[in-house]
Design a protein around this ligand. Sequence first.
Ligand code: GLU
Length: 464
Amino acid sequence: MKSPIPDYLKIVLENARAIESGSPASYIETLAKADPSKLAVALATVDGNIYSAGDDRVEFSIQSISKAFVYAIAIEDIGLQGVLEKIGVEPSGDAFNQLSLERGSNRPVNPMINAGAITAHSLVTGATAEERTERILKGLSKLAGRQLHVDEEVYEAELKSADRNMAIGYMLKAAGIISCDPQDVVRGYIRQCAINVTVRDLAIMAATLSNAGVHPKTGERVIPQASVRQVLSVMTTCGMYDAAGDWVSNVGIPAKSGVAGGIIGALPGQVGIATFSPNLDERGNSVRGVAICEKLSRDMGLHMMDVSQIAGATVWTSVATIVAGTHEPHHPNCERDVIIFSLRGAVRFPGSERLSRALVRELGEPDPEDPGSGKYIDACAVVISLRDVYSLSAIAQRMLHENIKRLIADKRSVVIIDPSEVLQMKSADGKPGDALPHIVKTENEARDYIGGAGSSTVLIKDDW
Ligand code: GLU
């Protein structure tokens, strides 16, 4: 059997081919000569599978798409605070190559316009311009999963028409934003833009952002999670030149486009996508690329503002009665109720709040306004099952610790079923003397602990 995804991608490409408008970027000679019939799309999953169609092995220069990744490298090298002192995060309605600085702070407004990107380039660690550019080439190659190269012809061509970028470099130097030689920095920035990639490279680079900075293929953490959030935020507000509003409402995926006709989209937690088609619209975005991304987003439900997951269904409650085993027929918990709270999925604030509310309702004092509350106040044990939990966010972890501590302070017997060790209670709260819950791997161990060896349970209520 063949996967339907490549066939679907081919259909999307063929439909986009009918769009004839736009033209290649004209201000860089080599790009102006690009073959406008080239067309490709790739989609990479967060576990490293890549699907692609069309001219998916054709190389083109990364151009402005590099800005997103170099911003991440600059954050890694000098820290977010240092970068924010030099580059703002406000979207600008100006052209990407505008000679402008933010009023008051004198910073470039964001890292996706040339002034901000040239600054980000200058912040990358390196004793010389060559070292800086080498570090960027290495970083991008690591993200692509193969050794990338600079397209010397594109580099030379852009250098010939670099007056505007050079002017931006001198403006940055005069404003005290960059300290090194402006010509060196701009040359390095132009080399960074001339690195060749394919849509398959770009899709996996984008998927690394989607995967919170861990490379989907190698499993290596390439970008710190906090930087990924920063990069995706800026891509969302400033990544598509001055089409950010249209893009966010029609496609809804953090993205970055480049003048050679590439676009990347990185949907947090789901997929990375990339398209290539050289004809650009008047805002500088690939016409067919935008159309393809709109179609993928619509068909595949990729819009980040689609409220597709309601957080409520992550906790359910059941109650069981202990039946003693033959080893301990007179166990004190025999015939008593056990209340079990099971959490599911990736638990974040809403899931942990639901648990907290359920604990209070079932085990707290009865509330006259809420009939049925406080019903299990006499339960002999509280079981919290994390068996089906895939992850606990930091706040879910803290809320869970706090709830468990409060249950123990109320003298309750608390048993946690945690086969994959998602609860890091010891390491997080490791104060000596802290009462800890009893943590087991299976339901059977929980039963043996509560009702004595060999005991069983009869389920009497299962809802929430
Ligand atoms: N190297 C190009 C420039 O600075 C990149 C522009 C872009 O892709 O938007 O003009």
